[in-house]
Ligand binder design. Sequence first.
Ligand SMILES: *Cc1c(COP(=O)(O)O)cnc(C)c1O
Length: 360
Amino acid sequence: MLRKPVARIDVSALKHNLARVREVASGCKVLAVLKANAYGHGMLNVAEQLQQADAFGVARLDEALALRAGGIVKPIVLLEGFFDADELPQIVASNLQVVVHQQEQIDAILAAELDAPIRVWLKMDTGMHRLGLPPEHYQAAHQLLSQSPNCSPGIRLMSHFACADDLACPDTTEQLQRFHHWTQGLSGEVSLANSAAVLGWPHSHGDWVRPGLMLYGVSPLLGKQGAEHDLQPVMTLCSRVIAVRDVAAGETVGYGSAWQAQQATRLAVVAIGYGDGYPRNVPNGTPVLMQGRRFPVVGRVSMDMLTVDIGDVMIRPGEQVVLWGQGLPVEEIAALVGTIPYELLCNITPRVDFSYMGGN
Ligand SMILES: *Cc1c(COP(=O)(O)O)cnc(C)c1O
């Protein structure tokens, strides 16, 4: 029994969550987003298990090439497109699809000499103001590209929401209206919805939905948890107790002596820390699970360890500890440290072992 952190990946939960996407966005095609190592879950393993997806989305060329090198043959979309014309031959050779979001990319595609046409997802900036063509340039860009032999027929029409996680925010409706206004008369399959829009904005579903976070069983909506959408957590981050010890009233624990025992206290030392991706800034009282019960973290999280007040419960070295996942939603830990679950999942470091369970 290794006393080190393990991210247990529940493959049946992953498949369940994809099935939930299909239920909620019925009739839509699904582009499953696998960027950032599949939100920390292991990109290639996740891709292999998501055979039911219609396509995969990644942020960068090297991610797409890693999927191809791993034997993934499904369509792959580069969500930020390409950055330099010299990437185009490799994109064609690896049969990748590209998001086109700025004029330089259009110029490069029109000027290129390619062995085969590329499938383009033409992105409009409807209000996020990060990537995307200005709405008033969109029709002209669409026309130029659709006349180019370097573009596969059937340019896809896409945009991205800034605030879909907030169901009370009017921006999403405005973005949607702007998109429909400026794509009037254009043919092509439409893709707008990230996880939050899949769950919260059914009018936005279009032809292709692009879920990331919800595939991993986590709610993208503010103040919600995956279970409320019938999603199941895919990652359960675990470790083990490596020592149990007593401190007397008045003694302090850990770096900076930041926590002081008010009374005689029994502590478990757990083999996980910020060097594994567990956030250093969890407040005192942040829960961990042992034997299905919650115990509070006390004192500072160090690189390889953290300390937990175990009260009078019989906990011994070797006991399994859950930091988040089944029984302890990562949404809750993220809220306690003032971040979003995306960041906690992505931050898992390579020294954490991965264990994939529940596959076929
Ligand atoms: C990351 C990303 C998504 C997925 O977002 P989630 O909030 O994780 O569902 C969808 N579309 C684009 C363009 C993205 O970059």
